[in-house]
Design a protein around this ligand. Structure first.
Ligand SMILES: [Zn+2]
Ligand SMILES: [Zn+2]
Length: 391
């Protein structure tokens, strides 16, 4: 019998830890799981840990020399700057190979459980390591769990997988792995690379010669807020997913698009992030018979934003959506205050309306967000068989 939801979780996930002062603190995962539990979101979910992935599995995406370099770095701290290891973004830490490989196994097991019908939805908030490249660490990401899991689905005979990435940063690693593979559609809605890492994700990046239209990029101007972010999502993502008709949907929910995030320049609310998670959930039911694997990703406002954003995601996947007006439980705030000297938000909402105008209500060429949306539609819609103006 199919269970509704698997959540990849074991406290061992907290070992993915670049150390003090690094923005990607594992405490964001602890705070998320604590909040989700206190709101009763996980009561019927299957919580499943994971062993570290084997080298064989990692090497379905990563170069053997790179895996060996991560293992070397792990053993004696040897940096390998050419492979992104021991850098400011990706410092070497003890247990780095195992911790990173565990994330990969968790996401892969989750994807295969969804494919096999053991569960309908799966969430790995510790996953979404979308910047990791086949031969290098990048942007806080060592191994690319999303790419390995998608490869595992393909190896099992799946013909079309869609990957949708709403992290503030371009999902460059996943795009690079499947650039020339027509079986995988990668879609990324992000802040433009003009001011932000990794600098890629232009509208004209639409896939390799053997896979035209298999990459979709929506780079939005710095400062884009809910209305623009939601309008861009709505103008691109549902249409390309319906047209591509994937059998499995993998999504990355990096919540660093939030206005309080210290690393990026978008101005999105938790309410809008929740709307997008709901839309993706609805699209999974519509397009992939509910086969949905949702991952975490970036998010560096670890008390104020990440726990709420991903608790909403878990709640949606559990079919126990949390009303945005819900108060953050006092016990959670007390824990945050003891631990971080701040109690964090009082409400599961930012009080934002998360309203937007649909694309079909009219295009404003003087608006920078509209020009960005239009550029994406122009670059890729015709290749996908969609109409730039009417779909
Ligand atoms: Zn990010
Ligand atoms: Zn559902």
């Amino acid at each position: 019998m199919t269970q509704l939801l698997r959540v990849v979780w074991t406290p061992e996930m907290l070992r993915y830890d670049f150390g003090r002062g690094h923005p990607m603190s594992p405490q964001r995962l602890e705070l998320t799981m604590r909040l989700a539990r206190e709101l009763g979101v996980l009561e019927d979910a299957q919580l499943v840990g994971a062993q570290p992935a084997s080298d064989e599995l990692l090497q379905t995406v990563h170069e053997a020399e790179y895996v060996a370099a991560v293992r070397r770095a792990d053993v004696d701290g040897t940096p390998d700057a050419a492979r992104g290891l021991g850098t400011e973004d990706d410092p070497v830490f003890p247990g780095m190979h195992e911790a990173s490989a565990r994330v990969v196994q968790g996401t892969t097991d989750a994807a295969l459980a969804v494919l096999d019908g053991a569960v309908l939805h799966a969430v790995n908030v510790g996953g979404g390591m979308h910047h990791a490249m086949p031969g290098a660490a990048s942007g806080f990401c060592i191994y690319n769990d999303a790419a390995v899991a998608i490869r595992a689905l393909l190896a099992r005979g799946v013909e079309r997988v869609a990957y949708v990435d709403v992290d503030a940063h371009h999902g460059d690693g996943v795009q690079a792995v499947f650039w020339d593979d027509p079986r995988v559609l990668t879609v990324s809605v992000h802040e433009s690379g003009r001011r932000l890492f990794p600098g890629t994700g232009h509208a004209h990046e639409t896939g390799g010669v053997h896979a035209p239209g298999s990459a979709v990029n929506v780079p939005l101007p710095a400062g884009t807020s809910d209305a623009g972010w939601l309008r861009a999502f709505d103008a691109v993502v549902p249409a390309v997913l319906r047209e591509f008709a994937p059998q499995v949907l993998v999504t990355q929910h990096g919540c660093d698009s939030h206005v309080m995030d210290p690393l990026t320049h978008l101005r999105v609310s938790v309410d809008a992030q929740r709307v997008v998670a709901e839309r993706l959930h609805g699209l999974a039911h519509e397009v992939t018979d509910g086969r949905w694997v949702a991952l975490g990703g970036g998010g560096y406002a670890i008390v104020d934003v990440v726990p709420r954003a991903w608790t909403h995601l878990l709640a949606i996947a559990a079919h126990r959506p949390v009303d945005p007006a819900t108060a953050v439980p006092a016990a959670w705030q007390e824990h945050a205050r003891e631990r971080y000297g701040r109690q964090g938000p009082a409400s599961m909402s930012d009080g934002a309306l998360a309203a937007f105008r649909t694309w079909h209500s009219g295009y404003d060429p003087s608006d920078e967000v509209d020009r960005a949306i239009r550029a994406t539609r122009t670059a890729v819609f015709p290749t996908l068989g969609l109409d730039v103006d009417h779909d």
